[in-house]
Ligand binder design. Structure first.
Ligand code: ATP
Ligand code: MG
Length: 192
């Protein structure tokens, strides 16, 4: 599961856990991006902070691990480069699923080498409030749809953007993300 995780929140965690359970995954690898290739409209928090928060949030789940692969790789983080390395590491006997929210998979045609990526791994797309799964059929060719499984989860209307905004306005973020992440944000004065 790739993302900016700025910060990680319960939407990410629920999506990952539901995917793990429904698809019987042996492991979920969270991959915080180094430099997001699609320019974000705000200054992304240094990768080490995003990595640390992702580790804190996932530590108690025995199936969850966090990879530094994109953080340690210089230049923009492209999913294709990461999945190719995982494919090499794990071999062809291992199935790789890319877990995303609907909003992310709807943009897949803008990703680097998306035609190669969609062959290299299957996609699990979870619903996200505000995004309609019907749009997938309008946006993506059938050969792509064959590689994407929709996974229905209890909709979680939380985004990292919302959490950053709430911190900036001195509003609480407890119960939107794990307490360890709330404490880390406060300790380092992030998003002020
Ligand atoms: P931002 O508001 O900064 O874009 P975000 O909450 O969208 O943050 P990302 O790090 O951009 O989080 O998302 C990483 C992945 O998690 C994407 O595939 C995204 O679709 C998915 N995701 C994020 N939040 C949710 C949510 N609430 N429900 C389902 N999927 C989500
Ligand atoms: Mg996002």
């Amino acid at each position: 599961m790739g993302g900016t995780f700025d910060p990680i929140h319960y939407g990410h965690l629920l999506a990952a856990e539901e995917a793990r359970f429904r698809f019987n995954l042996s492991r979920v690898i969270f991959v915080p991006c180094g430099t997001p290739p699609h320019k974000k409209p705000y200054k992304v928090t240094p990768a080490e902070h995003r990595y640390a928060m992702t580790v804190l949030a996932t530590a108690s789940n025995p199936y969850f691990v966090v990879s530094r692969i994109e953080i340690d790789r210089p230049g923009p983080s492209y999913a294709i480069d990461t999945v190719k390395i995982f494919r090499q590491q794990f071999g062809y006997g291992v199935e790789i699923f890319f877990i995303t929210g609907l909003d992310a998979v709807l943009e897949i045609l803008t990703w680097k080498n998306h035609d190669e990526l969609i062959q290299l791994c299957q996609f699990i797309a979870v619903n996200r409030p505000g995004y309609d799964s019907e749009k997938l059929r309008e946006h993506l060719p059938p050969s792509y749809l064959d590689r994407i499984s929709l996974l229905s989860i209890p909709g979680i209307d939380i985004s990292s953007t919302m959490i950053r905004e709430r911190v900036r306005k001195n509003e609480p973020i407890l119960y939107l993300t794990p307490e360890t992440v709330c404490d880390y944000i406060a300790k380092h004065g992030l998003y002020k």
